[in-house]
Design a protein around this ligand. Structure first.
Ligand SMILES: Cc1cc2nc3c(=O)[nH]c(=O)nc-3n(C[C@H](O)[C@H](O)[C@H](O)COP(=O)(O)O)c2cc1C
Length: 453
């Protein structure tokens, strides 16, 4: 009931606009059809980022693209399923990086630079990925990273991801740009380790109010994203929008060629709203695209270590900085008294041509010591990625797109499946690596490509 009310309210101006654009586009069907054909053929290849060594793609690999998430064997299958379901503008939002997407590609490729040196003749009959995250037990060293606009990918995306996290016994980080309220998420996944990710925008009273709410709702930790005050140049997004707040007619038309997504999302529920922050947005800017652009335009470029100190002062529970990629900032973060650091380039969506979090990880671990939790976020698509990150010093990996592929493919069941796949792969690879516990992972099990020290 509550759900219905929420979404009926959200059937706004935007969805009417989407529908109107789509119908207008239909009138130009001939031109439209050729446009759609072109946009599809230049779309993402399912193996563009995930497959690194497939013998020149012969025979060409097939991915599962049906409806049953249990039949997804790897994250690539969930990815292929979501490619089939999503309209192009949403798919580009999910997959895209900034400018040439060099940072994003590096995140994936950095994992290929490290190779295992497996131990053999080790009894690995009792293996466990169980670990501690912020001092509390978790089933594996993994956190669902914050992602905004989940509601455009799947109705109630935030709640469903939280439920998947609860099922997998790992923390879920909810974005400031999420579409379900934090209270709804807490109700939908009672007992989930719920963390709140903060974007600072507008005046101080806004983040102060969000902190009060996050505390009230039982959020266990606060994550301040530090590298998104200036918005990365995501060219695909500008191509999909007209002006500042509208989807182009061709993008709206293309969305009609994904009837399942169209019917289940904008047609039935309207476009989602930024439920946690919409009250802070001026009334004439509250439509979906306009609100997101407004928030971006009001994120102060003056965010600094002083802001970190002010937030640290107010938030008494664990406090984590996300978006650090420079050794000096790792040091500064430790000195600022935060409880955790996430090395992250925002999935390659902010500054292009950055090093990858994995590249910095071994150095960052040396700086941090054991005092502060150290996480990486970016490029994790395999259980072996998780093991490499932990071996190089990460306390956990924060995954963004992997569970989102599952969410787009099949809602909560798909997100659960994504986490199951990563866990099963990591557990299996641990056995092959000759390791039984996460704590036994270390750099002694890895060599950089071409170098054995
Ligand atoms: C669609 C999408 C939306 C994102 N939104 C946010 C966000 O609202 N806040 C944030 O701190 N990071 C955001 N990120 C970055 C993720 O938290 C995460 O760091 C990144 O996706 C990691 O890379 P991966 O997708 O390769 O796992 C977003 C990433 C994606 C792909």
């Amino acid at each position: 009931m509550q759900d219905r009310i929420f979404y009926r309210r959200a059937v706004n101006h935007d969805s009417v606009h989407l529908l109107a654009c789509a119908l207008a586009g239909l009138a130009g069907a001939v031109a439209g059809a050729s446009l759609v054909r072109r946009s599809r053929s230049s779309g993402f290849e399912p193996n563009r980022h995930t497959q690194l060594a497939q013998l020149n793609d012969t025979p060409a690999r097939r991915y599962y693209t049906g409806f049953n998430p249990q039949r997804a064997i790897a994250i690539s299958d969930l990815r292929a399923m979501s490619h089939k379901r999503l309209p192009r503008f949403a798919l580009e939002y999910l997959e895209g990086g900034a400018e040439d997407e060099a940072a994003m590609l590096r995140e994936r490729r950095a994992f290929a630079n490290w190779r295992f040196m497996p131990r053999t003749l080790v009894d690995v009959s009792h293996r466990s990925l169980a670990t501690n995250i912020l001092g509390r037990p978790a089933a594996m060293p993994l956190v669902i990273s914050p992602t905004g606009l989940n509601g455009i990918l799947h109705v109630h995306g935030d709640r469903l991801l939280a439920q998947a996290a609860l099922h997998a016994d790992v923390p879920f980080v909810q974005s400031t740009m999420s579409n379900d309220t934090m209270e709804e998420v807490a109700r939908a996944a009672p007992g989930v380790r719920h963390w709140w990710q903060l974007y600072v925008f507008g005046g101080d009273e806004i983040w102060q109010e969000l902190l009060r709410r996050a505390d009230r709702v039982g959020c266990e930790a606060l994550v301040l994203t530090t590298n998104a005050q200036i918005f990365g140049d995501r060219e695909w997004q500008r191509r999909n929008q007209i002006g500042k707040g509208r989807l182009s007619a061709s993008a709206a038309l293309e969305s009609l060629t994904h009837p399942l997504w169209f019917v289940e999302n904008p047609l039935s529920h309207g476009l989602p709203s930024f439920a946690n922050i919409i009250d802070f947005v001026p009334k004439d800017q509250r439509s979906f695209f306009a609100a997101s652009n407004w928030v971006r335009a009001h994120q102060p470029a003056s965010l600094s270590w002083d802001t970190v100190a002010k937030i640290r002062e107010r938030w008494k529970k664990p406090f984590i900085l996300k978006g650090i990629l420079c050794p000096d900032d790792v040091r500064r973060a430790v000195d600022s008294g935060v409880d955790g650091i996430v090395l992250s380039s925002h999935g390659g969506r902010q500054l292009d041509w950055t090093i990858s979090p994995l590249d910095l990880l071994p150095f960052a671990r040396k700086i941090v010591g054991e005092k502060t939790a150290l996480y990486i976020s970016g490029g994790v698509r395999r259980g072996t990625d998780l093991l490499k990150a932990c071996a190089l010093g990460a306390d956990a990996v924060w995954v963004g797109r992997a569970p989102l592929y599952g969410l787009c493919a099949a809602g909560a069941a798909g997100a659960v499946r994504a986490l199951e796949i990563l866990q099963a792969e990591a557990r299996n690879a641990m056995g092959l690596l000759g390791v039984s516990h996460v704590d036994d992972l270390g750099p002694h099990l890895l060599a950089q490509t071409g170098r054995v020290a």
